[in-house]
Design a protein around this ligand. Structure first.
Ligand code: ATP
Ligand code: MG
Length: 497
């Protein structure tokens, strides 16, 4: 039982309160699993798990507020968060999961233990855990680490190693194969040779795992900084073909032309760029899938070596199929599919007009147009091509131009309907002239843009003759157009185009 000091000051009081309360009542209490690993690695633990020889009823009896609604014996202890300036007086809680020592019985379906059995020994609990680095328990009071499987050595050596016989462990719960890859990319560890070999041998058992569980681990892989290495490892171990076989079709799918990579490597490189930029999950997935339709659309070209006409349409269909298989929420699915479907837009280089940009903004949605630009960046960087800076700036300027609200009579505090219904004006050209004249006033002094002020102005303008009013209206319109031009000019200057 080697001991390595853990800095107790990194453990929040609401956590030690729980272990102390259990110990005061003469129970054992250990921090366990990921949080111990992370404390040793000096990483911020994501959550705090405690294991104890108390049973669920005994745990519940010790704390003021608990949640207990699962069949694994896990009791959520709710510790109030002391928030200053808590104006709503709604108490928020930290939830610390406290689980009795468990020993897992047989797994006859490769998926769920047939029953969950509680134990009186911490040793049983550590034995059922997936990897040595996750099988550490820590007694905070004593400053003592229980390490039955040389987890600390593996942490030091940066190795992921199954607890016990890997074949047995992967057959019990085959998700662990994916978890090995996940921890390896999240922590920058290698998977031990024996564990890796065992995954290769047992890979087909992944079929027994639900896609929801697969998705959660897959997402963590994609969201890690080493996502590219993660997908590469999934492929190498043989797991990828059970999860996203469509990606494997890109292996060896040579593209020719400006592309030095096959489709698979290009997609991985594109994903890598999204990870480097720390972009959100949907952009990462869109980068990983953007050319996934290429293998199915590749034809021999006459001038170019190959053509891939319509690959974005096929790709969007495949992306939808994958996202649905992995049970991603509809909103994420729709966004990824739309980004894949439209990723070719900005590749059309010279031809892009303002009205085309207007159409693509309409299609993709205002709030997602920059996501599309980011996917494009992944695509470019993924083929080791840098963007001609001028063109990129031009696209930015065009998008901003499309997104900005034009100067118009629509900005006025009153409109034609108000003029007719409240100010009793008749419809006709006089109304248009008046609105344009009002706009000029407001552009000059925005504080005048109130119903009261404009109402008064309307009455004084309405006594003018047609000719005079028309002149005023037209002058207003010219001012507006001049200002519009100036604003767009400013925008172009800002982007240097
Ligand atoms: P994270 O930082 O992502 O939360 P973690 O190590 O805490 O990582 P969890 O999935 O939260 O991972 O699981 C908590 C602990 O429970 C693990 O450290 C491990 O000891 C154990 N565990 C979780 N899933 C399994 C599994 N499928 N098989 C065996 N043990 C598992
Ligand atoms: Mg955890």
């Amino acid at each position: 039982m080697a001991s390595q000091p853990i800095n107790n000051s990194k453990i929040p009081d609401y956590v030690t309160h729980v272990t102390k309360t259990l110990e005061k009542a003469n129970f054992e209490a250990f921090l366990v699993g990921g949080c111990v690993r992370d404390l040793i690695l000096e990483r911020e633990p994501k959550d705090w798990d405690i294991t104890t020889n108390a049973n669920p009823e005994e745990i519940i009896a010790l704390f003021e507020k608990t949640i207990y609604e699962n069949k694994f014996g896990t009791v959520g202890v709710c510790m109030p968060i002391n928030e200053e300036n808590n104006v709503t007086h709604v108490t928020k809680y930290h939830i610390i999961e406290v689980t009795p020592y468990r020993t897992e019985a047989k797994y006859s379906d490769f998926r769920h233990p047939d029953e969950v059995l509680f134990s009186k020994n911490i040793e049983d609990d550590l034995k059922r855990r997936d990897f040595t680095i996750n099988a550490l328990a820590y007694n905070v009071e004593k400053g003592q680490i229980i390490d039955l499987y040389k987890g600390q050595t593996d942490i030091k050596d940066k190795v992921i190693r199954a607890v016990g016989k890997p074949d047995d462990r992967f057959q019990e719960d085959s998700l662990r194969m994916l978890r090995a890859v996940r921890f390896s990319v999240q922590l920058d560890f290698v998977v031990s040779y024996e564990t890796m070999q065992s995954i290769t041998d047992n890979v087909s058992f992944i079929k027994n795992v639900s896609f929801e569980r697969i998705r959660d681990e897959f997402t963590k892989i994609v969201e890690s900084r080493n996502s590219m290495q993660g997908i590469g490892l999934l492929q190498k171990l043989g797991l990828l073909k059970y999860i996203i076989p469509e990606l494997e079709e890109g292996i060896g799918c040579i593209q020719g032309g400006a592309h030095k990579y096959d489709v698979f490597v290009h997609l991985l490189e594109a994903l890598n760029h999204a990870s480097e930029k720390d972009w959100q999950l949907e952009i990462r997935l869109a980068a990983l899938f953007h050319d996934i339709g290429k293998p199915k659309s590749r034809r021999d070209g006459t001038k170019k070596e190959y053509t891939f006409y319509g690959h974005e349409v096929i790709g969007a269909r495949l992306a939808k199929q994958i996202m649905e298989r992995l049970k991603y929420p509809k909103k994420s699915t729709d966004l990824v599919v739309s980004l894949v479907r439209n990723h070719m837009f900005f590749s059309d280089t010279e031809q892009i007009s303002l009205s085309a940009v207007r159409r693509i903004v309409q299609k993709v949605g205002k709030e997602y147009i920059w996501d599309l630009m980011n996917v494009r960046e992944c695509d470019r960087v993924g083929m080791s091509k840098s963007e001609a800076p001028y063109r990129l700036r031009k696209y930015h300027a065009m998008i901003e131009e499309v997104l900005r609200d034009p100067i118009s009579v629509g900005q006025l505090a009153i409109d034609g309907k108000y003029m007719m219904e409240v100010l009793h004006m008749k419809p006709g050209p006089r109304m248009g002239w008046i609105l344009n004249a009002l706009l000029e006033e407001v552009l000059d002094d925005p504080t005048k843009n109130t119903k009261e002020h404009l109402g008064e102005l309307v009455s004084s303008l309405d006594i003018l003759g047609d000719a005079e009013l028309k002149t005023l209206g037209e002058r207003g319109k010219e001012t507006k157009e001049k200002l519009e031009e100036e604003e767009i000019d400013k925008l172009h200057k800002k982007h240097g185009v």
